[in-house]
Design a protein around this ligand. Structure first.
Ligand code: HEC
Length: 110
């Protein structure tokens, strides 16, 4: 499923909620993959979270889901502030906790 950028956040939330209520874990992983691409993560962290564009950027594939999710939340809230955190933080401001969770589940499975 492709999520188009012109969907409002409200529409997106309804979709995500629907997916969470109606689907199996496999579908959730597929949806996390779509979001990883559509939300721009791929431009910095590379295909499947394995080939970041700069060596200073982290690989994400195979990391534990709980850790990935916490880092995304901490980067968004600015609780985490490393030298390069500022590269990512402005790019993820409109991503919800639920969407981060789906992406984290996808990356952890790789
Ligand atoms: C503009 C580039 C950029 C974009 C876009 C971006 N990131 Fe990042 N990301 C970074 C950088 C740089 C870091 C390292 C931050 C630091 O040094 O604290 C990082 C760190 C992370 C971490 C923590 C990794 C660790 O090992 O601690 C996670 C998880 C993450 N990004 C996930 C994502 C996801 C998911 C998306 C898309 C929703 C995304 N990033 C979009 C550049 C980006």
């Amino acid at each position: 499923m492709k999520l188009k950028h012109y969907f409002s956040i409200h529409t997106l939330m309804l979709l995500i909620t629907g997916i969470a209520l109606n689907s199996t874990a496999d579908d959730a992983v597929m949806d996390g993959e779509t979001q990883y691409t559509e939300r721009g993560c791929v431009y910095c962290h590379g295909p499947a979270g394995k080939e970041p564009v700069l060596n200073e950027y982290p690989k994400l594939a195979g990391q534990n889901m709980e850790y990935l999710l916490q880092q995304m939340l901490d980067i968004k809230s600015t609780a985490r502030k490393n030298g390069y955190t500022g590269m990512m933080q402005p790019a993820i401001l409109n991503i919800s906790d639920e969407e981060f969770a789906l992406i984290a589940a996808y990356l952890a499975e790789l």
